[in-house]
Design a binder for this molecule. Structure first.
Ligand SMILES: O=c1ccn([C@@H]2O[C@H](COP(=O)(O)O)[C@@H](O)[C@H]2O)c(=O)[nH]1
Length: 468
């Protein structure tokens, strides 16, 4: 079967449909691709998998196994595995809560290469989720093959993560073939073409794409109009640090002791106030005194995630009265813009600031793809209060928005509960984030001052190397 015939068959079984569709992201689209239908047409499924295997021959990296992106590509990978006698791995969407708790099923050795099999790519985020799961158990991925590339940014997004995407056909070719065979008219062709160009996901800035002149923290402070970011960049510039410590300790004494010792090396201290067992208002008074003395800001990592009215109360009232002392708080965007509006009603008059959680460091988290894109938009539309992101990389080029990255240690790795660590050099130097957030790497160190200095130096050096 040639490619043209394959496209016509996929259209005939309604794997590709035209009309008005609302996509998962809420975007209205004139075309809908749902290749789940192929499992009902075994011969077609075999044809699709043959095409995928042909594309796999273009892979530059070597691979010993293949892995289909769940769920639609699982049967396609199975067909290839059986026909080509190549071992397969299965990625569980959630690690089992019982038995072996494996995230990746199948036999492999650390360092093995794996080829990703996918049916359709839009932003590439589903492929990336599978890559991350494989990487977390030591499997390397360099290439992915996909039947249909919707041409909405997946190639660039994956390239940014060092994955080469090989597609069998692109959406623009599909519509040309269908028009040629009288299946759709020219109006539909131009609608789909417009849709493709207007709905492209942009990859985050990589180091090669950073503006030629990287602004210094001092210059960024000058550009900021929000008092918190103005102050934060000024502190970072003056103290020569992009380090935030996460003081995740259970007693007021421990938190205060740590901050007294490492205060000179940080630009901000992050708390989880509800971890503290002997909380009292006097603690906050002392916290503020230390912050003032050592010139750092306070960030309560409360991760608000409720309707506007509730977060307003949680922020202003209760035992902790967070808005009275925390310069910065953060929120999930999952409830919609109401969460920002509610927090803003409390925080704006006090010159407080909010970060939106656009990405997370933990394995298998859902803050990816369209969710991250929508979160960036929410931040950009609320810049009077939202001053940046919790993210794993730089997400937008606006120098007045700050990117803060948790999950940092001097060596890459993970903990037993899904936390994933990147190095300061990777986070600041390669991924273009502004701030490293370090918890256990410092507070559980034998010598916390020595550890804080090491993180301060590593983070700041990575930043300096970006400067012209
Ligand atoms: O995606 C996220 C968001 C927040 N955190 C928080 O950062 C620290 C990290 O602590 P480590 O000891 O360095 O792992 C912790 O307070 C988390 O709640 C995160 O890790 N990932």
């Amino acid at each position: 079967m040639d490619l043209e015939k394959l496209i016509l068959e996929l259209f005939a079984v309604e794997g590709i449909k035209f009309g008005n569709y609302t996509l998962k992201s809420g975007i209205e689209a004139p075309v809908y691709v749902d290749l789940r239908v192929v499992i009902s047409y075994p011969k077609l499924m075999v044809e699709v998998s043959n095409f995928l295997w042909e594309a796999a021959k273009k892979a530059k990296g070597s691979f010993k196994t293949i892995c289909g992106v769940p769920y639609t590509a699982l049967p396609l990978a199975t067909c290839i595995s059986v026909k080509e006698n190549i071992p397969m791995l299965i990625r569980r969407k959630e690690a089992k809560g019982y038995g072996t708790k494996k995230l990746i099923e199948g036999i492999f050795n650390e360092g093995d290469g794996c080829l990703i099999i996918e049916d359709v790519c839009t932003s590439g985020s589903s492929v990336l989720d599978t890559v991350q799961a494989l990487n977390s158990v030591g499997i390397a991925v360099t290439d992915a093959v996909v039947l249909l590339d919707r041409e909405q940014g997946a190639v660039d997004m994956l390239k940014y993560e060092n994955i080469t995407l090989h597609s069998i056909c692109k959406l623009s070719h599909v519509i040309e073939v269908l028009e040629k065979h009288g299946k759709i008219d020219s109006d539909m062709v131009s609608k789909v073409k417009t849709f493709i160009t207007e709905n492209r996901f942009k990859p985050p800035s990589s180091i090669d794409q950073l503006p030629k002149k990287v602004l210094t923290y001092g210059e960024r402070s000058e550009l900021c109009t929000h008092p918190v970011t103005k102050e934060l960049f000024k502190i970072m510039h003056e103290k020569e640090t992009n380090l935030v410590v996460s003081a995740d300790l259970k007693t007021t004494k421990e938190v205060l002791q740590v901050l007294k010792k490492i205060g000179p090396h940080i630009c901000m201290a992050k708390t989880h106030i509800d971890i503290i067992e002997d909380y009292n208002p006097e603690f906050v008074t002392q916290l503020c005194e230390i912050a003032k003395k050592h010139n750092f800001l306070l960030f309560e990592d409360r991760k608000f995630a409720d309707i506007g009215n509730t977060v307003k109360l949680q922020y202003s009232s209760g035992l902790y009265r967070i808005s009275d002392w925390a310069h910065v708080i953060n929120a999930h965007s999952v409830p919609g813009e109401g969460v920002v509006k509610g927090l803003k009603e409390v925080g704006l008059v006090k010159d407080r600031a909010c970060l939106l959680i656009a990405e997370m460091s933990s394995l298998g988290n859902l803050a990816t793809g369209d969710y991250t894109v929508a979160t960036i938009k929410m931040a950009e539309e609320n810049k009077d209060f939202v001053v940046g992101f919790i993210s794993q990389k730089k997400l937008c080029d606006d120098p007045t928005l700050v990117h803060m990255t948790p999950g940092v240690k001097l060596e890459c790795g993970k903990d037993s509960l899904g936390q994933q660590y990147l190095t300061p050099d990777e986070v600041i130097g390669r991924r273009g984030s502004d701030i490293i957030i370090v918890g256990r790497g410092i507070v559980q160190a034998h010598d916390i001052v020595k550890a804080a200095k090491a993180y301060q130096q590593a983070g700041y050096l990575a930043y300096q190397q970006l400067l012209p």
